[in-house]
Design a protein around this ligand. Structure first.
Ligand SMILES: Nc1ncnc2c1ncn2[C@@H]1O[C@H](COP(=O)(O)OP(=O)(O)OP(=O)(O)O)[C@@H](O)[C@H]1O
Ligand SMILES: [Mg+2]
Length: 256
């Protein structure tokens, strides 16, 4: 772990808000900024791992090397460690209680040959459960967490728990990413606020955490991640990509 310069975890209150999508696009964006081969993702969502699918790596395996488990390699030589690579099939579930989950996370951190990295990004399941607790406890000298939310009041009410959780664990908060923030109607071009408006800014204000940016809901973004290609690669000129590139710049600046 001492050979890894920066460690960031991506957390949220609610599920399905776009943590994994943010993780994958952040990884590729950081790698393309002159860090090919210097980025890795730990998919710490043990029961619902989806980083391999989102990076087009389904079917790959992690091999054993002389110094430990070798991450599978994605585009830009991004290393990926995921439970998905260890399961026999897509419908095979992981049915584990807390201590087993903590053991698996510990093994991933200790027994993977991570190598010399600029960034390790950890994609977590929603909330403040076993995986999140293990990572925030076990990952030494974290630069901080990025918190993902959507603008709805329902999501806001839960995301505050994630902010307080990080503070209780004495882990810095790099900022909030508001995802699914409005959508341009493909028919008339009007902006529709699908999940209400200004939720990210409100949480940022109330909890005194920086709002790093707001990514729109975009059917193309969903299609790209289904296809296993990060949207900032497939559609670099989309509003979502332009906003995301600014978010990456802010994160790079914050961890310097
Ligand atoms: N801005 C967006 N526009 C369109 N689709 C999106 C957007 N953000 C996320 N999605 C899609 O929504 C789904 C949920 O996103 P994702 O899996 O990243 O959420 P998550 O927070 O990681 O979920 P979980 O809590 O289950 O881990 C994915 O299919 C993803 O491609
Ligand atoms: Mg996820």
């Amino acid at each position: 772990m001492s050979k890894i310069k920066h460690k960031i975890a991506i957390i949220s209150g609610k599920g399905g808000v776009g943590k994994s999508l943010v993780t994958v696009n952040l990884a590729i964006g950081l790698a393309r900024n002159g860090r090919k081969g210097k980025i890795a993702i730990l998919d710490a969502d043990l029961t619902g791992p989806c980083i391999p699918k989102m990076m087009g790596l389904k079917g790959l395996k992690m091999e054993m090397g002389p110094e430990g488990i070798l991450p599978a390699k994605g585009s830009e030589d991004i290393g990926v460690v995921s439970m998905d690579f260890l399961l026999p099939s897509d419908d095979a579930p992981v049915i584990w209680r807390g201590p087993l989950k903590m053991g698996a996370i510990r093994q991933f951190l200790e027994e993977v040959a991570w190598g010399d990295l600029d960034y390790l990004l950890v994609d977590l399941p929603p909330g403040t459960g076993d995986e999140s607790l293990s990572i925030l406890q076990l990952l030494p000298e974290m630069d901080g967490v990025v918190i993902v939310t959507i603008p709805s009041e329902v999501s806001q009410s839960v995301v505050k728990k994630a902010v307080t959780f990080a503070r209780k664990m004495s882990v810095p908060i790099l900022g909030i990413v508001e995802n699914m923030s409005g959508m341009v109607c493909p028919h008339c071009g009007e902006l529709i606020d699908v999940f209400s408006k200004g939720g990210g800014a409100k949480v940022s204000d109330e909890m005194d955490v920086e709002l790093l940016g707001s990514i729109p809901l975009d059917p193309q973004v969903a299609a790209d991640s289904d296809e296993g290609v990060p949207f900032i690669v497939k559609h670099p000129d989309s509003p979502a990509s332009k906003e995301f590139i600014q978010i990456i710049k802010k994160i790079e600046k914050k961890v310097k």
